[in-house]
Ligand binder design. Sequence first.
Ligand code: ZN
Ligand code: ZN
Length: 277
Amino acid sequence: MQVITLGTGCPLPDPDRAGPATLVRTAGLNLLFDCGRGVLMRAAAVPVGPSGFTVVFLTHLHSDHVTDLNDIITMQWATSMAASPLRIVGPVGTAAFVDRTLAMLQDDIGYRVTHHADLNWEPMVEVTEVTDGVAWEADGVRVLAEPTDHRPVHPTIGYRIESEGAVVAIAGDTKPCDGLDRLCADADLYVQTVVRRSAIEAFPIPRLVDVLDYHSDLAEAAGTATRNRVGTLVLTHPVPPPPSGSDLAAEWVAEAAAGFAGAVVLADDLQVFDLSS
Ligand SMILES: [Zn+2]
Ligand SMILES: [Zn+2]
């Protein structure tokens, strides 16, 4: 199993970090988790094309995590030689969100169907909404979902991928909670969106300080990793984002490592994690 952090950004635009998106490659499948800003650009570097995603999983419907779903829907459709559905799995509310996205795309869909004689179908999507339990299963790969705590954003879910003797937890935005612990139990790799409390509290801007309410800070991510005996803690979606490879980035890792004895990595875009059983 291979995990690639396609995009490690947050809502704040950053020249080096695309929006949140993580690709899990296993058993010949490409499972995408969230689809933030620039996801198809980063996937092209792997390379995985717009039709290459087996399933798109969403953790929640905050714009930074789903802003390029419309791009995936459009390009999966417009580059396919035959009608084939895009499979999307997400929390309750995903079906309505996808319907509204398709409504937004209606003009473009009309332009392309009118222009291309061999494109005589509209985008097809298959949406599954999940709360907990098995979210998707095929070819020896099992993806489990659990509710997470990103209130007032609700409902939100995280995922646990079990395949080829390895376990990966992809948390999304969440505070520590029981659902997150179940996702992370004995996981080889735990990918957590994080914020740095001291850096945020240094800027008394209410709208920035608010993000502390519903994200894991570094100590909380480390606590979740320790409590659940994970192998490697991967920090992503850092707020505020430190420059890659900087002393500041090293401080983030050191702060998390103070509460977790395993490996800690502050991920960059397109960083590859190879897991063997
Ligand atoms: Zn986010
Ligand atoms: Zn969020």
